[in-house]
Design a protein around this ligand. Structure first.
Ligand SMILES: C[S@@+](CC[C@H](N)C(=O)[O-])C[C@H]1O[C@@H](n2cnc3c(N)ncnc32)[C@H](O)[C@@H]1O
Length: 225
């Protein structure tokens, strides 16, 4: 492992806003912040929004700056990526953004029933040719999200992948989820969205910038499971 990566892992441990639960806490449902993020971590009862597969956390940080009255938690298993967003949160003293280093598969060990208001999935891996159950919009993951989302909580997918978007739309239709919005060209259709959503959709992630540079169109869909 590179020296930089090791430094970033070490620095993550010094950040109060980077939480790295142990396997025991996740596997045996012993994580002490579960159901208590507002009260014990943020010190308020504001809505909690998750960015799953956050990578460097551009959405968590960007939304955190735009909405001080909400709390944002970026979740990813890769500590070196999380470090980037966490460093910005530290340097800019952003009080309403945290990062959780864990597998999203264990999300129901990290949050209690109805603890989460909204979920963003930003440029999730489409997992083409891999088990469907690894896709973050598969039935198995949506069932997990339903256990932590408040009633009516929205899931938003921003993606470069036509495959993952079509797959997600099939899941929405097949399982009777409520589709709120769909676009296959976010930047080409920006004026369609209300000003608040436009502001959110204009946040660009690390992967997104790569795809945009290659001329790819960006998809977006929002639904209530
Ligand atoms: C293609 S990257 C996108 C990262 C970031 N959202 C962006 O747009 O730049 C997908 C991210 O999801 C994370 N990821 C995928 N499956 C995961 C899982 N089951 N648990 C935790 N993280 C996962 C990967 O580690 C990776 O950082």
């Amino acid at each position: 492992m590179g020296k930089r990566k090791l430094q970033h892992f070490a620095e993550n441990k010094t950040f109060r806003h980077v939480i790295e639960p142990t396997s025991d806490e996740m596997l045996n449902d012993r994580f002490s912040l579960k159901g208590k993020w507002g009260e014990e971590f943020f010190g308020n009862a504001n809505p909690i929004v998750l960015e799953l597969g956050c990578g460097k956390g551009e959405y968590s940080v960007g939304m955190g700056r735009l909405y001080p009255e909400k709390n944002f938690i970026g979740v990813d298993i890769k500590g070196a990526r999380i470090w980037r967003g966490a460093k910005t949160v530290q340097e800019d003293a952003i009080p309403n953004v945290a990062f959780l280093r864990t597998r999203i598969d264990f999300i129901t060990s990290a949050f209690g029933p109805e603890e989460v208001s909204e979920i963003w999935l930003t440029f999730s891996d489409p997992m083409i040719g891999q088990s469907e159950n690894r896709r973050l919009t598969s039935r198995i993951f949506i069932e997990r999200y339903l256990k932590i989302l408040r009633p009516g909580g929205i899931i938003k997918l921003k993606s470069d992948s036509d495959f993952l978007t079509e797959y997600t739309l099939e899941q929405i239709e097949g399982h009777g989820y409520r589709l709120l919005e769909v676009s296959r060209d976010v930047y080409g259709e920006m004026e369609r969205f209300n000003p608040e959503l436009q502001q959110l959709l204009n946040i660009r992630t690390h992967y997104e910038k790569k795809w945009l540079a290659e001329g790819k169109k960006i998809n977006f869909c929002a639904f209530v499971p």
